[in-house]
Structure formats: structure tokens, C-alpha cells
Design a protein around this ligand. Structure first.
Ligand code: SF4
Ligand code: MG
Length: 334
């Protein structure tokens, strides 16, 4: 398969007063043209750090220790910052959870869009203004002429996120990284923004890395999923494989914690316990402290990946041929 983006054995650590925190531990995945890969996991699982590594937007205290991020023959993990600036926002764009973090409160919407166009496309003023209008129209902002002259605070949260998407798409990027793009929005607006992303993706054939903790969003948007836990990908597969034949107890727990459509109570079956301290990660399975199926081997040895199809693999000792046969319990009911 032809991969647009290939992350291999990525390791990222934060260096703090308390010592080294291993936020991303040996993460590998690929992204094909036009596909949406969802990275799911709880907060602190390393999903945002992974995406920020691709954009090379890590804070000063973080360092890519090992691994490669191949994009069009270049390794973004080690590319000089000057060259990275030509890729960031042009070939690879990012949308964050809070639109206000990407928008400049002191600049009009119009100026923020035209600056991107002028920087990356060397458009002159009137060309850029025309294109800005077109972009606002494409992301479904009514009355774009008026909006161009407004400041971010004059727009609703949903409209602001549409502007952020317009800016992200201004340069027709090949890869769009969306980190919890709808988490800060209310449910109806959330659905509208997701629909918008989907339709724009079909139109422009953009590849999307979608970071989320919401499996409902995954089911709606993604073709493939990587489940992250404690800095590692513990299971990866197609959406169908993950939802219908999940292999990893952590994935089982995540699926069980999804609110069911017909369930009367709002109660979530959250997984008891907390993730391990990545300043001192366990040598064995990172999920061992919370897993209901732990065996001795789990504490002492990191589970290897087992392949269940070309696209589906999981890191759990239950998949070893010597382990007892345990299937996902029918918890919560369907
Ligand atoms: Fe549970 Fe062991 Fe599998 Fe880890 S390797 S998820 S502790 S059964
Ligand atoms: Mg995050």
C-alpha cells in the first residue's frame, strides 16, 4: 500500500524536574491517501503528543527520542525547523479542540485567512481576499463578507471552529490532524462540524488523523482506529474489526463505557483504576493494574503484537496460544 504518512517506532519523552516521562512509547502507524485514522484513548494516553510530534509542535521540555515520521520521503522527526515551517500549515494542517487557541483574538477573520494564503501561496491581496470568501463559503459560514471583517470573539464556538477548518484547508493540505475538534462544542454543533469535515474530506481527498476519546465519533468518521494506552498502541484495526472483534481488554472496557442508545440510565461503565505513571512505567503490560484477566506473565513481560488480519493487531497475552481462551464478556448488554 502506498502510505502518505508512516510513523515508525516513535518515542517521545518529557524531561521534567521529576525525571523523564515516557509519553509515547514505540508507536507505529501508517496513513493512506484519503483515509481517516482515529487515535483513541483516555487523556494522558499519548495521542495528542503523537499528533504534536508529527507537526513538530512539542513544547521545549519534550523530545523525540527515537523513531521516524516519514512524509513524502522526508523524516519529519529530524527535519530542520526551517523546512518544517514549509510543511506545517501547507502540507499538514492541524485543528485543535479549542478554536481560540488557533485563532488570533486581535486580528480579523479575513486577515487570518489571507495571511496564510499570502505566506504559502504568494497570493496578492485581492486574490487572497477572494479565496478567503470562497473558503468561508465552503465551510458553511453564512454571510462571509461580513464575517471576514469580524474578530473571533464576535463568532459562536461552532462558527469559530468552522473558521479554523477554513484556515486549515486554505492550503489544500494532504494531511489534516484534528485533535478533539468537537469536544468543546455542544452536541448539535459537534455533529455539524463532523459532517462538514467528512464532506470536505470527500471533496479534497484529504487524509485525516482524528484524535478523540469518543468512540461514537470514531464510528461515524474513521476507517481505521488505533487504541492508545499509556503511550502505546495496544490495538489497531479497521473500524469493523475494533467494534465487532475487539481483542484487547482495554478496548473491551472502552466499548463498554460507550453510552448505549437504548439504555435508560446515563451511567457509564468506566474502567476502574488509573493509568500507570509514565515516569516509571511498568516493565510488563501497561494495563495490568486495571485488567480483570491479568496473568503472571502480564506483570513481567510486555505483550507482543499478535496479528489477526492484515489490518488488525493487538498487544495482549490473552492472544498467546498458551493463554486460557477468554472472549469479550457481554457486559452492559447491546
Ligand atoms: Fe490484561 Fe495481560 Fe492482556 Fe495486559 S496482557 S491486557 S494484563 S490480559
Ligand atoms: Mg489531548
Amino acid at each position: 500500500m502506498n502510505h502518505l504518512l508512516e510513523v515508525k517506532n516513535l518515542q517521545v519523552s518529557f524531561f521534567t524536574y521529576a525525571g523523564e516521562v515516557q509519553a509515547v512509547r514505540d508507536v507505529s502507524f501508517t496513513l493512506a491517501k484519503g483515509e481517516t485514522l482515529a487515535i483513541v484513548g483516555e487523556s494522558g494516553s499519548g495521542k495528542s503528543v503523537t499528533s504534536k510530534s508529527i507537526m513538530r509542535l512539542l513544547t521545549q521540555t519534550a523530545k523525540i527520542k527515537q523513531g521516524s515520521i516519514m512524509f513524502e520521503g522526508k523524516d519529519l522527526a529530524s527535519l530542520p525547523e526551517k523546512q518544517m515551517q514549509n510543511i506545517r500549515g501547507k502540507d499538514i494542517s492541524m485543528i485543535f479542540q479549542d478554536p481560540m487557541t488557533s485563532l488570533n483574538p486581535t486580528m480579523t477573520i479575513g486577515r487570518q485567512i489571507t495571511e496564510v494564503l499570502r505566506k504559502h501561496h504568494q497570493m496578492n491581496g485581492s486574490e487572497a481576499s477572494r479565496r478567503a470568501l470562497e473558503l468561508l463559503d465552503q465551510v458553511g459560514i453564512p454571510n462571509p463578507e461580513k464575517r471576514l471583517k469580524q474578530y473571533p470573539h464576535q463568532l459562536s464556538g461552532g462558527m469559530r471552529q468552522r473558521v479554523v477548518i477554513a484556515i486549515a484547508l486554505a492550503c489544500d493540505p494532504q494531511v489534516l490532524i484534528a485533535d478533539e475538534p468537537t469536544t468543546a462544542l455542544d452536541v448539535t454543533i459537534q455533529a455539524q462540524i463532523l459532517e462538514l469535515m467528512k464532506s470536505l474530506q470527500q471533496k479534497f481527498d484529504t487524509s485525516i488523523v482524528l484524535i478523540t476519546h469518543d468512540l461514537g465519533v470514531v464510528a461515524n468518521m474513521a476507517s481505521r482506529v488505533a487504541v492508545m494506552y499509556a503511550g502505546k498502541i495496544v490495538e489497531t484495526g479497521s473500524v469493523d474489526e475494533l467494534f465487532y472483534q475487539p481483542k484487547h481488554p482495554y478496548t473491551w472496557g472502552l466499548l463498554d463505557s460507550m453510552p448505549k442508545l437504548h439504555e435508560k440510565t446515563e451511567e457509564l461503565h468506566a474502567i476502574p483504576g488509573t493509568p500507570p505513571d509514565l515516569a516509571d512505567p511498568p516493565i510488563g503490560c501497561p494495563f495490568a493494574a486495571r485488567c480483570p484477566y491479568t496473568m503472571d506473565v502480564c506483570y513481567d513481560h510486555m505483550p507482543p503484537y499478535t496479528e489477526h488480519s492484515d489490518t488488525h493487531r493487538a498487544a495482549c497475552w490473552l492472544q498467546d496460544s498458551r493463554a486460557p481462551k477468554i472472549d469479550r464478556p457481554q457486559a452492559g448488554g447491546e
